[in-house]
Design a binder for this molecule. Sequence first.
Ligand code: MSP
Length: 651
Amino acid sequence: MKKTFYITTPIYYINAEPHLGHAYTTMVADAIARSRRLLGQDVFFLTGTDEHGQKVARAAKAAGLDTREFADGIAGKYKALFATLGISNNDFIRTTEPRHIRAAQAIWRRVRDNGDLYKGTYEGWYCTVDELFVPESQLVDGRKCPTCGTEVERLSEESYFFRLSRYEDRLLEHYRTHPEFIAPEIRRNEMTAFVAAGLKDLSVSRTSFKWGIPVPDDPAHVMYVWFDALTNYLTAAGFPDDEVRLSRYWPADVHLMGKEIVRQHTVYWPAFLMAAGLPLPERVIGHGWWLMHEAKMSKSLGNVVRPQGYVERFGLDALRYFVMREMVLGQDANFADEAFLSRYNADLANDLGNVVSRVTTMIQRYCSGVVPARQPASETGLDVELEKTAAATIGRTLADAARFDFSAALRSTWELIAALNKYVVAREPWALAKAPESRALLETTLYNAADALRIVTALVDPVMPQSAARIRAMLGIEPETWVDLRPRTLPASVRLGRIEPLFPRMEHTVDELRAMSESPKTEGAAPAPAAAAPAPTPAPAGGDKISIDDFMKVDLRVAKVLSAEKVPNSRKLIKMTIDVGTEQRTLVAGIAEAYEPEQLIGRTIAMVFNLKPAKLMGIESNGMVLAASPEGGKPTLVSFDGEIPPGTRVR
Ligand code: MSP
């Protein structure tokens, strides 16, 4: 493995405030950067802002501000957002900085001295939102930009041209000999077809506005914003003065971005670099778009999600987890609050949160808060199985992360969480704790469970750094890298820290969440659904048989137990929090003589859903659990074959 790793995000335009799209690219780059640090690489992670161009000057004017003052304001908002998102960038570049102006002018001179720049006149359709001339053939409705839908403007001006046409063959050759250069494959095919169709020389300067980097020796021209912007990646790597730094980090390993700017990065950028005699980046990755209401989330449409609200309500890692789990790199994804809530409650509160709370609580309760030692002689096939799954999960997750596929990496890690939950249920430590002769097996079980939890923690670290730190604090262990990650290396005898809930269940409704994002300007509010009229209550049928209608009045449902605890001063009662699909409820059941609370967590039960609430030992119970209750014997809960989602009706 290379010693260094240089990863970049696009530098973001500052004509409007950041939204989830910008946050997404930066969070993925952050996870990649963190995973590479865990592998021991010297990582340089760059992000920043793209501050020149006509539309910035226009936006400043519209805001009644001096352009520089305006730029400082929005760049500050990007920096603040990235701090909120826990971004571990090593540098933040602004294209208005003197170091960048020097670098862009130095590259310009190299390209010019190579004979690749000449003066001419440019006339064409220009989109001021995307800072791009749009070929006539691509205009929508004859006048609109195909990317953002804004009306294009006709521009004609004296301009320097870059001899892009010279690079057609070299670019195609590069794509052919470096198939990893453009990812995913669909983008490589698109770009190959685009170049093969023929490249025209590119206009790379403007005289119609001043907010840009002056062209060396011809200050009436400022550089075309893409020529200026792309070179930021070299500036931050030390170009042109710091040769030591440059040879350390250049060429970049990954340029990460949305798919709409892959062309600039895989056609213009490598051609500029070839013309300047500099090595090309290793890889350009174009991810898909976050959509909302079926359209690309974008400031011009106004259908944007602001990430801050989600961080405030659910915690940073919930947002980081959701976007990285939900979007498969390269494909578009819809941002839906329903999906957010359900992933939060199912994957985080239920799967990860529960396993952390279960394992730590049992060590607390049965081993006085000190991780016990494993006692190999007591082990059975179950322990071997868990160890194997842990080792395989490490291999798979690291391989997924090496492909930058964090959705797959998280899926892989969650398999270990599921295996760990199953292991605990199968081993029943609460039963072992009651039998002194099972002490060795109990200690082995809790050690192996804590060890698997340590591995889960290390694996989620790049995506969920705050949670990883919190779980480690609970387990009382130090951060660890991915360099030598393997099962059964957890030190025994460590004392647990304070146990606290990691992802408490959330009862936010979708409407509450929706209020945090901005709807498309064109869409009207949907009418609220009419409340159902209450049905008349017929008198119950007489005799000992009931009609099917009577039976159908009892709403039986599947539910999942999220947490369970004994009701103080009661021999029989257990208080549970259950997931009924649409909400979370408190339910009290008389099953404490048959079940330990730990045994119930994660279990699927059947319950009466529409029972009037009743108070038991001062606790309001909403529903009743179904159990076989033999005369004089202990109750046995009704159970199901396989996984049935909470909320499913039982008839
Ligand atoms: N300034 C240029 C990039 C120059 S790089 C040398 C630019 N800026 S931008 O502000 O428009 O940011 C575009 C990038 O933001 C996308 O490539 C992507 O990384 C991110 N996203 C913006 N909207 C997005 C979505 N709706 N979905 C996913 N990512 C999005 O282009």
